[in-house]
Design a protein around this ligand. Structure first.
Ligand SMILES: [Mn+2]
Length: 317
């Protein structure tokens, strides 16, 4: 069951630390990368045969103190720091791709998905995206009730409701992500405005209903059939740990019951690894501060690390 990585025959990776919480109101998600790294994540990846280096593109700026809970005149929060952070994450991911190293970006909240996806698409415009999440994160400033930008990263890349964007987003080539190049797995808490966007743009979205009906194996096949029918395009996986049920992953910001089992969650990345087409990976929304006891931290950090290991080639046999 050894995995061959088409884009990384020499198995080199960069672990990009993205300790950012400005896309949502809760503190603590900026501690995710530190907890994941301290638990031995890099060594675990090395043990799978990958040579790694670490990158800390947000070092030197105190984003946490710049954070506010006030909406701007466009109805969203923390626009300036979200864009500053995303520019840095995006260039770190792009540098890694240009160096022939698989970028593994560890968050941090999911607002950083704008930067990671942008880099993947700039590096190869045919990249297809698998967004593993309880939420669709495809609100626009126009449809968002909360104004939290971790609920919007996909819309900026697709250019949805473009007239509603604050000017800080002008640097993003909106429309770079096409609706036939992204699929969702794990959805179960989708806003009405987002459902409309998914429908109108004909975006393949597999909710927990589809997983119950068809099983996770078939759902992964169906998702890839939609976005990567000939299995010849690079794949970016953006994995929000809240896709997995809170009984396995309790320390995350927006818990929704009725999620993936831990095995279903890991199967998705095992199966993507088997395609050999993994090109870039995000693991986001681990928030150690939301744990009620140490066991919660251990469970969540362990699951986040396991997602990374399975994507990078760990198999059960
Ligand atoms: Mn998310």
């Amino acid at each position: 069951m050894s995995v061959q990585y088409k884009y990384y025959p020499t198995k080199k990776a960069t672990i990009i630390s993205a300790p950012f919480s400005g896309g949502q109101p809760k503190g603590g998600v900026e501690l995710g990368p530190e907890f994941i790294l301290k638990s031995g994540f890099e060594k675990q990846i090395n043990d799978l045969g990958w040579e790694t280096k670490l990158d800390f593109p947000l070092d030197g700026t105190d984003f946490e103190n710049a954070k506010t809970d006030d909406k701007d005149s466009f109805g969203v929060k923390n626009t300036a720091i979200v864009n500053d952070c995303n520019k840095r994450i995006s260039s770190a991911v792009l540098n890694s791709l240009k160096d022939g190293r698989l970028p593994v970006t560890v968050g941090g909240d999911h607002s950083i998905g704008t930067g990671t996806l942008l880099a993947a698409l700039q590096h190869n415009p045919d990249t297809c995206i698998l967004w593993i999440d309880a939420h669709a994160d495809i609100n626009s400033p126009k449809t968002s009730d909360s104004g939290n930008l971790h609920g919007c990263p996909v819309s900026f890349l697709m250019g949805i409701d473009k007239e509603s964007y604050p000017p800080e987003f002008d640097w993003i080539p909106s429309g770079i992500l096409k609706s036939n190049r992204i699929a969702y797995i794990g959805l179960r808490d989708v806003d009405d405005g987002e459902k409309k966007i998914l429908r109108e743009n004909n975006i393949p979205a597999f909710s927990m209903y589809h997983i119950d009906k068809y099983g996770i194996g078939k759902v992964v096949d169906m998702a890839l059939d939609k976005i990567n029918p000939d299995r010849n395009l690079p794949i970016h996986v953006s994995y929000d740990v809240d896709a997995i049920d809170p009984s396995f992953v309790p320390a995350t910001g927006t818990r929704v019951e009725g999620g993936l089992t831990l095995r279903e969650g890991l199967f998705i990345v095992e199966e993507i690894a088997q395609t050999g087409l993994l090109n870039s990976l995000d693991i986001v929304e681990t928030n150690p501060s939301l744990a009620e006891h140490d066991g919660h931290i251990l469970d969540t950090v362990s699951a986040a690390c396991a997602i990374g290991r399975c994507a990078l080639g760990q198999t059960l046999l």
